[in-house]
Write a new protein. Structure first.
Lengths: 408, 101
């Protein structure tokens, strides 16, 4: 089996649009969650989101921009960053052996929302001609393949909140087996449409606003946690056959060591300890990694009642007494939940943190919940712990649990 | 503003084309707008002139021919507003609007 290296990372994220900026903000615990200012904000119970500073006009000429939903814009720019960072000479590669694997939960939600508004509210006779192309879920992956002329597998994974982790893991499997040489992988999400936000609100999973500090409204593992806050953005990696990467003199950003994928097959929203624990074990098994080799955890840590308790119990089941000594970081507290892109952003932050030897803090954790009694690195980063291997978990509505293991 | 001037304005504003290229005998199909761009252009023309193109069989030809075609649609749909109109304009160089082309 081949080993798989990460040779490039690209980020368009609420914490910043570069790796350095995003890591700096994550380590400092600076929250990107804000009250959003939109004409419909007052119709949301808690008008909160983690937005990206991004203007499509700065990246694409008008005729092209009109074909790209925000989700594809994020994906294209982040992919360009990742390929640039990897110093990847695609002209020297067999492009049929370069694949694109992207996760997204809601695809072109903004374009769909806008189309429905014009049709149902404004009674427009015609929809914009590219409505289908902008709304279709596989547009981000397709555009990356077109932009870079990549004719290997071009696949989109939509498993709700584990989409990007699944995309990354599935690419890892193909790279490992030698089916492809390079993969552009990750996730993109742009879900901050009024319709999508109201739908999430209706499911009663969104956090209520912290009256003292809206930026602190998402509180993973805390006794007073009340739910998740939606975010947007993209994180894209270049994954590469490690030997090939070394031979071309690439700078290795890390290595993917394992991937576990287990379905709860139990409930459409309620997570299970058994499913999450099985996914963690599967990830360890896939890379023949001992549980003792895991130095830190990048938790799914949504800030919902159900997830954080179940995830804590699953960690205890897998790691036993050692679970209490493994640092667990939940960065959604400050960048929000990027849904189908969350697994990629969190893996990126986890890898960058390993490089800088920092354990990222779980912010807004004043009093942990009674059943959340692990070391969540509360409120302050720790430096110099010497962590080298991280387990990054993504669990989803629908019950698709995906766990990645990566190392420096 | 004449129809051809309004058409030219769409091309300049939306596709960032050089106005100097937009002579009346300029074939729309030779402006570097691909088949999807042509689908979009029909949308912009419909919006600008408040007309409806038929769902297929549209060939715009040159700028001048397209303007004539649009004028024909306007006249026809003014008298029979619920019915989509002229099926085809004369064309020297067809500009395909089939997005799969």
């Amino acid at each position: 089996m081949r080993r798989v290296a990460v040779t490039g990372i690209g980020l368009i994220s609420p914490l910043g649009n570069s790796c350095a900026q995003a890591l700096d903000n994550a380590a400092a615990g600076r929250s990107a969650i804000r009250r959003i200012e939109a004409s419909w904000s007052d119709r949301l119970a808690a008008p909160l989101a983690a937005c990206v500073r991004f203007q499509g006009e700065e990246h694409f000429p008008p005729p092209r921009l009109r074909m790209l939903d925000r989700v594809s814009q994020f994906a294209l720019v982040a992919a360009g960053q990742a390929i640039g960072a990897a110093q990847l000479d695609l002209a020297a590669a067999d492009r049929a052996r370069v694949g694109v694997f992207i996760g997204t939960g809601m695809g072109g939600a903004l374009s769909n929302d806008e189309g429905y508004l014009s049709l149902y509210r404004d009674n427009c006779e015609r929809m914009k001609p590219f409505s289908i192309l902008m709304g279709m879920t596989n547009a981000p992956a397709a555009w990356i393949g077109i932009e870079h002329d990549l004719s290997g597998p071009n696949l989109t994974y939509s498993t709700a909140c584990s989409s990007a982790a699944v995309a990354t893991g599935e690419a890892w499997l193909r790279l490992r087996r030698g089916e492809i040489d390079i993969a552009i992988v990750g996730g993109s999400e742009a879900p901050l449409a009024f319709g999508a936000m109201k739908a999430w609100e209706a499911l009663r999973t969104l956090a209520s606003e912290d009256p003292r500090n809206p930026a602190a409204s998402c509180k993973p593992f805390a006794a007073n946690r009340s739910g998740l806050v939606l975010g947007e953005g993209a994180a894209i990696f270049v994954l590469e056959d490690r030997e090939r990467a070394i031979a071309r003199g690439a700078s290795l950003q890390g290595e993917i060591l394992g991937y576990g994928l287990v379905a709860d097959a139990a409930h459409i929203t309620r997570p299970t300890v058994a499913g999450q624990a099985a996914a963690m074990r599967a990830a360890l098994r896939s890379g023949e990694i001992a549980a003792e080799a895991i130095d830190c955890i990048n938790a799914h840590g949504t800030g919902t009642q159900a997830n954080d308790s179940v995830e804590t119990a699953a960690l205890k089941e897998v790691f036993g007494e050692r679970a209490y000594r493994i640092p667990v970081s939940a960065t959604k507290a400050i960048h929000g939940h990027l849904l189908g892109a969350s697994g990629a952003l969190e893996l990126a932050l986890a890898l960058l943190a390993l490089q800088q030897d920092v354990l990222l803090p779980t912010m807004h954790l004043e009093v942990p919940a009674a059943d959340c009694d692990l070391d969540y690195v509360p409120n302050h980063a720790r430096r110099g712990a010497g962590a080298r291997t991280v387990m990054s978990s993504s669990f989803a509505f629908g019950g698709t649990n995906a766990v990645l293991i990566a190392a420096q | 503003m004449t129809t051809i001037e309004r058409l030219s304005r769409i091309l300049v504003q939306r596709y960032k084309l050089d106005p100097a290229r937009l002579a009346p005998d300029q074939a729309l199909g030779a402006l570097g707008i691909d088949s999807l761009g042509m689908v979009e252009m029909l949308f912009f023309i419909e919006e600008e002139f408040n007309v409806h193109f038929p769902s297929e069989g549209i060939t715009l030809g040159t700028l001048e021919e397209a303007a004539t075609y649009i004028d024909g649609l306007i006249a026809e749909q003014r008298t029979a507003p619920q019915k989509a109109a002229v099926q085809r304009a004369p064309s020297a160089r067809p500009a395909s609007v089939d997005p799969s082309a």
